[in-house]
Design a protein around this ligand. Structure first.
Ligand code: GRF
Length: 195
């Protein structure tokens, strides 16, 4: 059994796809908790599946390190095998990465190392790229710089807006994430070997 804690910040559509695909009767994967840095809309999916949630909001802590310690304490309390950042829009403090590495994965809406950062879809459009992509990486101390677990190209269409392109990328992100989680559960993927 592979147990996961998933961190989100927003609507959690990728989280929902993961829940629908792997949090099922007889599945080798359990999502044991869903956390966020705010009261995220995506908690609705946690409630639907009766999964515990937690919020660790930076504004409630004196500094980033104190916030990171509180976040880490919540995460390790659920004893997950792997932590998934699924639209979690904050950088993890170094102490959190060090404590969990290499067992933290992040989905990113670009073909890394192209277009790292929080506005990857907008940046790809602004650059006039004809293709971008989706990536799943192991989180390291940098910004979207960790080892790549899986990635796939997505074409940019002439009439794409940020929303239409992001939606198409997210369908790929979801597929990569679900496959990686199943591969981890079946020991076909070993995060230690990637780092
Ligand atoms: C995904 O594209 C993720 O890579 C990015 O934010 C999006 C998450 O969307 N960082 P949602 O909250 O799963 O709908």
């Amino acid at each position: 059994m592979l147990s996961l804690v998933v961190l989100i910040s927003g609507g959690g559509s990728n989280l929902r796809a993961l829940l629908d695909a792997v949090h099922t009767e007889g599945s080798p994967v359990r999502i044991v908790a869903i956390g966020a840095d705010r009261e995220a809309e995506g908690f609705a999916h946690a409630r639907h599946f009766d999964i515990p949630t937690f919020v660790v909001a930076p504004r409630d802590y004196a500094d980033r390190d104190a916030w990171g310690e509180a976040l880490l304490a919540e995460i390790v309390g659920f004893e997950p095998d792997v932590v998934i950042l699924s639209g979690f829009m904050r950088l993890l403090p170094a102490g959190v990465v060090d404590a969990l590495s290499p067992r933290v994965l992040n989905t990113h809406p670009a073909f890394l190392p192209e277009f790292p950062g929080a506005h990857a879809v907008r940046d790809a459009l602004a650059a006039g790229a004809t293709e971008t992509g989706a990536s799943l990486i192991v989180v390291d101390a940098g910004v979207d710089s960790g080892p790549i677990v899986a990635q796939e190209r997505v074409s940019v269409l002439p009439d794409d807006t940020e929303a239409t392109l992001h939606d198409r990328i997210k369908t790929v992100e979801r597929r990569l994430l679900v496959q990686a989680v199943l591969d981890l559960a079946d020991h076909r993927l070993d995060l230690e070997e990637l780092t």
